[in-house]
Design a protein around this ligand. Sequence first.
Ligand code: BG6
Length: 489
Amino acid sequence: MKNNEQHVATEIVIFGALGDLSRRKLLPALYQLDLAGLLHEDSHVVAAARNDVTSDEFVELVRESLSTFVKEGLDESVLERFVARLVYQKMDFKDVTSFEGLATTLDKGSDTRVFYFSTSPSIYGDICDGLNHAKLNTPDVRVVMEKPIGHCLESSKIINDQVSRYFEENQIYRIDHYLGKETVLNLLVLRFANSLFTNNWDRNHIDHVQITVAESVGIEGRWGFYDEAGQMRDMVQNHLLQILSLLAMEPPADLGADSIRDEKLKVLKALLPIDRHNVKEKTVRGQYTEGFLNGGPVPGYLQEEGANKDSNTETFVAIKAEIDNWRWTGVPFYLRTGKRMPAKHSEIVVHFKEQPHNIFKESYDDLPANKLTIRLQPDEGVELEVMNKIPGIASQLHIHENKLDLSFSETYEDMRVVDAYERLMLEVINGNQSWFVRRDEVEAAWVWADSIIDAWQSSNDRPKPYAAGSWGPVSSISLIARDDRQWVE
Ligand code: BG6
């Protein structure tokens, strides 16, 4: 096993440092990197926000955030070292002169500089103008952009154009945090480090694939934002399509950023379009109504705080996606994702084809096909369902389905599952773009998603209701049952 970790003195500027993402994810991720010894001693974090707080007040806020969001508890000496790296910079992102102050604050001695845009995408352009005004758009800079990158293809182009006016594509890191998840990265290893799967990964051996990303949370006080987006833009256009493209892509020549992204892009471009003509047959959109979760009642989407009672926004999506290429023609990829489902539970299930002939009819009429389950979260792991003889002396061979189960928590007992943001932040520092999304991928994903959203809008159908705490509308069961298949629960 080789370890090529390297790290350099980095200056990280977080725009929107007092926002939710920064407090929940970015600052805890940087603290964890510091704890693991992966932040160079000369690395600093400049926290930029509009709020009028003193440096001491800011440090206090960071301490509070870390003690809330670092689940394992804090190491006091690391905490002191970490807060000493922080500088608070009050700024108005829409005023270019405000960036002159930032330029003065920045340490001229760092090896590399990261600008993390953790604000609403509508002001990415203003931030870029400000950076340009203060001559901070130098070639050594890396820019990190959070999703959503746009609301549709056109708006994503506007945002990408604003940023690429001042930065080259090889300086731009578009985050899809699912690409930082342990189990999502493991897809590459499973597929390309095991000949067992490499050689059986196609339409000749696979019957269909199911990808489920279920969440038990609702919209958590983000009604305004979420209602504009819906589950299609919030989860499918990015996270689910990234999983799908890693799962379906051809072997990349190497792990280079463009090698991987070229292959993912080909999958996105080969997705069969879904439009007005087939949207009813290929998709289901749902919206949760009141129900029960974790033993208690929960409100419906339209009863959430701040809700517009007429909203047509979907909180659940199921899609039969098809990839029109040599490897996958005829193999459906059923995607399903929703809020307020019974549990936080994400997995990929690959259903292999049945055996062409059954010599065990005495014991089993229909031999079940092998099934590979990749549990993304929680309880990360890989499980392969195989047929096995039940031990015993009887001359008749009694056989049974069994599971080869590789649970990460049991196999790697002392290993902490690293949060996606920790890994991705480190990759930015190390300058590796492999796990970030290229502009053409974002655009190809929008082309496919836009066509579905447009078809929904023109149909004027309301999303199908489903009770909070259930697995989605009944029609999502019909979507897959029409093909004589069923969702794995
Ligand atoms: C975010 C979405 O990108 O991903 C949220 O905006 C969603 O709505 C979240 O809850 C899910 O991420 P995770 O890592 O908890 O599965």
